[in-house]
Design a protein around this ligand. Structure first.
Ligand code: T4K
Length: 372
């Protein structure tokens, strides 16, 4: 039987007819960019939804990371995780800093605070952990170590939009957090991102850094870039926000179906633990270990042959790209990150995914688990 390919994700979009009035308004006002009315409304709406003080919109998550690092006026090294998308490492280098990679935990995919202190030197300027898959980092331990050494923490929260822990919005942790609104994310504006910050002065500085450095018409205190989100994307964001809870409910239901379908499969571990009080179910990673009769890459190929186009987020490790070969790693062999990169498969998850497709995918993984 011919099946439609199932991709790892499919962007959620509000109905087109609901977007038309926003477009008509843009065509009417001719206000297209540069902190226009929709942009201002979206910043306010997101701050309220996310329960954070300031949201500074940017044109994507990578430039938001770049500005977050720039605004702190850092020099030297930034400690991060090798188990992430390449943008995490690239942003550090673009900001003129050196990445240092600390291993992740044995059963979390996040930076392990136990190795953090060993990685800190007099050249450490900041820590940039990633809430991988939207699962919260050990923020308390990281915060304690950062405070002891007097260094700021910038969370790469690209995956963590809307995640809430026992202490409230995860995005309130650290000095700054960065979210992504890329097409593949839980909340998308086609492309987009934002910096979450907690004080007025920092917000002002970020606003001028994203607009060429203009503080006002005649003053440019620092070299800025053009990292603005336009009115089309901001209007879309306002509309998308109205549908978000419904999309999160669907993601939660699909995630539950995967967990039920795969929980007892020998050699396969569901990595998407709902550690947060309110998770966002951004990804559904599984880990294939030695007890499974097929290797991770064989499983990827077998699923793809059945039109289930899974991805290996995050393989290879950032440190395995030749550009990063000389980066300092703690410990040098990064054993946990390596194990996760070699065993992970991210299964398809998005609001329009059909329950029957999740069941079918689980069925394949269960059948193949029977020894060869
Ligand atoms: N930090 C972290 C931890 C991140 O994960 C990311 C981005 C960033 C920072 C940087 O944020 P941004 O600057 O991107 O805002 C994707 C995304 O491009 C990237 O945003 C994301 N992380 C990364 C984890 O995944 P690819 O190369 O895997 O994307 P691609 O084009 O292969 O798309 C994946 C699947 O989605 C495809 O099977 C098709 C489907 N798709 C994709 C797009 C773009 C669609 O159906 N429609 C679409 O428009 O990187």
């Amino acid at each position: 039987m011919d099946r439609k390919p199932i991709l790892v994700t499919k962007p959620a979009l509000a109905p087109l007819e609901e977007f038309l009035p926003y477009l008509e308004e843009i065509w009417e006002t001719r206000w297209l960019t540069n902190s226009g009315p929709f942009h201002q409304k979206l910043e306010a709406a997101l701050a309220e939804y996310l329960n954070v003080k300031h949201v500074v919109l940017c044109n994507n998550g990578t430039s938001a990371l770049l500005l977050a690092l720039r605004v702190l006026g850092l020099q030297g090294e930034v400690i991060t995780t090798p188990y992430s998308f390449i943008a995490t490492g690239h942003a550090i280098i673009w900001a003129g800093l050196e990445p240092v990679f600390v291993d992740i935990g044995a059963d979390s995919c996040n930076l392990n605070p136990e190795h953090l202190e060993a990685a800190i030197t007099e050249r450490t300027a900041a820590i940039m952990p990633v809430h991988c898959y939207g699962n919260p980092c050990e923020t308390e331990a990281i915060g304690r170590i950062a405070k002891k050494h007097g260094i700021p923490v910038v969370y790469d929260a690209a995956h963590a939009f809307g995640v809430v822990t026992e202490s409230g919005s995860l995005l309130n942790e650290g000095d700054l957090s960065v979210v992504s609104f890329h097409a593949t994310k839980v909340f998308n504006t086609f492309e987009g991102g934002a910096i979450i910050c907690h004080d007025d002065a920092m917000r002002k500085k970020l606003e001028y850094l994203r607009n060429f450095g203009f503080e006002d018409e005649t003053h440019i205190p620092e070299i800025g870039v053009n990292a603005k989100l336009n009115e089309f994307q901001s209007a879309l964001g306002l509309l998308q926000l109205q549908h978000l809870e419904e999309w999160l409910t669907k993601r939660a239901e699909l995630s539950r179906l995967y967990s039920e379908g795969l929980n007892d499969v020998v050699g396969l571990q569901c990595g998407a633990k709902p550690w947060a009080k309110k998770p966002n179910y951004a990804y559904f990673p599984i880990m294939i270990n030695e007890e499974y009769p097929y290797s991770r890459d064989e499983v990827v190929d077998m699923l793809r042959a059945r039109e289930v186009h899974v991805r290996r987020y995050f393989y290879p490790l950032i440190t395995d790209f030749p550009l990063y070969r000389n980066a300092r790693c703690v410990p040098a062999s990064l054993p946990n990150a390596r194990r996760s990169a070699d065993s992970v498969i991210c299964l398809p998850i998005y609001p329009d995914l059909l329950a029957e497709d999740v069941r079918r995918t689980c069925e394949y993984l269960r059948c193949w688990a029977v020894p060869k």
